[in-house]
Design a protein. Sequence first.
Length: 381
Amino acid sequence: MLLKTFGWSFAVTALGLVAAVLYGGWTGFGIVAILSVLEISLSFDNAVVNAGILKKMSAFWQKIFLTVGVLIAVFGMRLVFPVAIVAISAKIGPIEAVRLALNDKDQYQQLVTDAHPSIAAFGGMFLLMIFLDFIFEDRDIKWLGWLERPLAKLGKIDMLSVCIALIVLMISAMTVATHAHQHGGTHADKAETVLLSGVAGLITYLIVGGLSGFFENKLEEEEEREHEEEEAAKRSGKKVPAVVLAGKAAFFMFLYLEVLDASFSFDGVIGAFAITNDIVLMALGLGIGAMYVRSLTVYLVRQGTLDDYVYLEHGAHYAIGALAVLLLVTIQYEIHEVITGSIGVLLIAWSFWSSVRRNRALAAAEGESGSDEKTEVSSGV
């Protein structure tokens, strides 16, 4: 199971490290290895959230996520994206941006750093909306009940998450964006840029998430019909497979996953510049990390880990909320990637431990009830 799920990741790791040695020697090997670990640590919460979505999809779309999705993640976000943001922010052609990435690494890093406010605003707003929609939803299982119960009641107010997100964006534009960090330690007023990019991130979330939700609702009618057929099949002794997302619903959920992955990639791509400004080594390291995130997502789905450890998804979404806030803060202040990654890992580890304690408590309660039943039966005899 482990080799089947992570086989491609192991193969890509071997090829990537060999390519790193051939391209940059043992120094390149070390840089690529560090970047791979950085990407995995920063994106572990991404894998948990992805697994919650992917488990609703059919085996076909899970394969699409691991094939086409990997191409988009590795070549799109880890290679094309760093070049694209330079081309857009510097208003130069993509060919010129590639030339800078390969031949003038210092200027390329400067352009990427100067484009960070718009990247952080877009990604921060998209991730913030994911977090807000999660905590405002009334769920049967609650991790931090003292916090989630009152928030679930507030969530009944229409468009509350959008209003809060816009308020956060306005505050960010009036505070951190007025002294946005630029290359060389200078600061500039990027309020307008942050506002436009943040609104773009919010619109992207509403469009992609809205379409996904629309087709999921359409699918519910089909699920009700399938449920009736399943009940009838059980009575007749036949077995009906569980309904999974397919067709248009699965396509838009796949699209949502890709945009989500892109938003998670912002901090990894920007953080990679703290380690190297070589676009080739960056693509190799982050690409290897992206493969493991994808494999980990599928592993969580196939092992049913989210069903066994019910608070993992909560921890991942709290990590998303923390990352969204950190992205907005980094518009003005530099925050080391170790801090960003550690917060996400700690929140997920805490939720995992809470899940383990919950499972032990349930097992103990079942054991006690079983013992009581046995005692009653023996006393009756």
